[in-house]
Design a binder for this molecule. Structure first.
Ligand code: PLP
Length: 375
């Protein structure tokens, strides 16, 4: 483990030590159910409200607009299905074709119930086509769901402008900000969005916990039925330790956001300087408006999956944008959506550095890739 270079932080991040420490008492002595009325429940209940306030502050929301969930997938499902089932008088949803499957499959589920979805195309730059977006809004459109930062290529959308267009047409706006929260500034008031999903394990918090921001006054149908937790909106005993860890991790990342992003941008620059100095035929996917430390490249005539495994054998952990199934190389829906030609697409790898990676790591990852793809 000691020599391993982990460069797949878009998949998940290591736990922040302070977040981990903050969780421990809630797994041990402060185990009481926060919903009970006896004295030992007071501390876990207080911990939930402190975490809710901390998280709200980090995205410029109010505490009563933060609803804890089991992660990004649940938050996305709740936002999309919750709005659709509340406003089923209008049956049209707009999203983009390169969203995470938590969004795409929620829309597919609703299509089976009779809803219609428009999947907006994306430009090669990794941005959605705004004129097509405007044209696709119908009188029956109830919701627009566009991600803040793409999980494969890292490109960041102009969410403020997109939300403004949706609102001008009396449509709610949901943003899957799972990759963005804790990495770039997110201010829900400034962006003027109605719903926002986030997940703790993407910002050095624990897995299996996240939150949905629901702007005050926005009405959704509950996804989970049961007890009265989360202001009667999301049933189920709260993951107290996870929520406490999430709040500590987010606060820390937000306080250090500029420092971390400067460091991550340096790692990306270093990596790209080494890669570009070699004689390799590659393209960088998505334009420069990307999450810090996020690189997705396609190398001509390579097999991305094989490359990922060979890097793994060299203690370097990265991800790929292609997979070999039954002898056929298939590319991910994201890489396909930005129109990369097959001889490049099949050699796609995603390198996502984290705050604990060093310049030496960035150089080594690039050098090992070069050694594997040079002829
Ligand atoms: N949305 C995006 C953009 C993601 O990258 C992910 C996770 O990879 C999710 C949603 C799902 O989040 P979780 O793993 O917390 O369910």
């Amino acid at each position: 483990m000691t020599n391993m270079i982990y460069a797949d932080h878009a998949a998940t991040t290591p736990m922040d030590p302070d977040a981990y420490e903050a969780m421990l008492p809630y797994l041990r002595e402060r185990f009481a159910n926060p919903s009970n009325q006896y004295s030992i429940s007071r501390n876990p209940r207080k911990a939930l409200s402190t975490a809710r306030e901390l998280i709200a502050e980090c995205i410029n929301a109010s505490a009563d607009e933060i609803y804890f969930t089991s992660g990004g997938t649940e938050a996305d499902n709740w936002a999309i299905k919750g709005v659709a089932l509340k406003y089923c008088c209008g049956k049209h949803i707009i999203t983009s074709c390169f969203e995470h499957h938590a969004v795409l499959n929620s829309c597919a589920f609703l299509e089976e119930l009779g809803f219609r979805t428009t999947y907006l195309p994306v430009r090669k730059s990794g941005h959605i086509e705004v004129p097509l977006f405007k044209e696709s809004i119908l009188p029956q459109t109830i919701l627009v769901s566009i991600m803040m930062a793409n999980n494969e290529i890292g490109t960041v959308q102009d969410i403020k402008s997109l939300a403004e267009i949706a609102h001008r047409n009396s449509t709610l706006f949901h943003c899957d900000a799972v990759q963005a929260v804790g990495h770039i500034p997110v201010d829900v008031k400034e962006l003027n969005i109605d719903l926002l999903s986030a997940s703790a394990h993407k910002f050095n918090g624990p897995k299996g916990v996240g939150f949905l921001y629901i702007k005050r006054g926005t009405e959704l149908t509950n996804l989970l039925s049961g007890g009265k937790q989360e202001n009667h909106c999301r049933a189920g005993t709260e993951n107290v330790a996870g929520i406490v860890g999430m709040a500590v991790a987010l606060k820390k990342n937000v306080v250090d956001i500029n420092k971390n992003s400067d460091h991550l941008n340096n790692l990306s620059k270093t990596f790209m300087a080494v890669i570009s100095s070699a004689n390799i035929d590659y393209i960088v996917n998505g334009d420069n408006d990307r999450l810090p430390g996020f690189i997705n490249i396609s190398i001509r005539n390579q097999d991305g999956e094989a490359l990922m495994h060979r890097l793994d054998l060299n203690d370097i952990i990265v991800s790929t944008g292609s997979a070999c199934t039954s002898g056929l190389i298939t590319t991910s829906h994201v890489i396909a959506s930005i129109g990369i030609s097959p001889e490049y697409a099949q050699g796609t790898i995603r390198i996502t550095f984290g705050k604990d990676n060093s310049i030496a790591d960035a150089i080594r990852v690039a050098e090992v890739i070069i050694s594997m793809v040079s002829v």
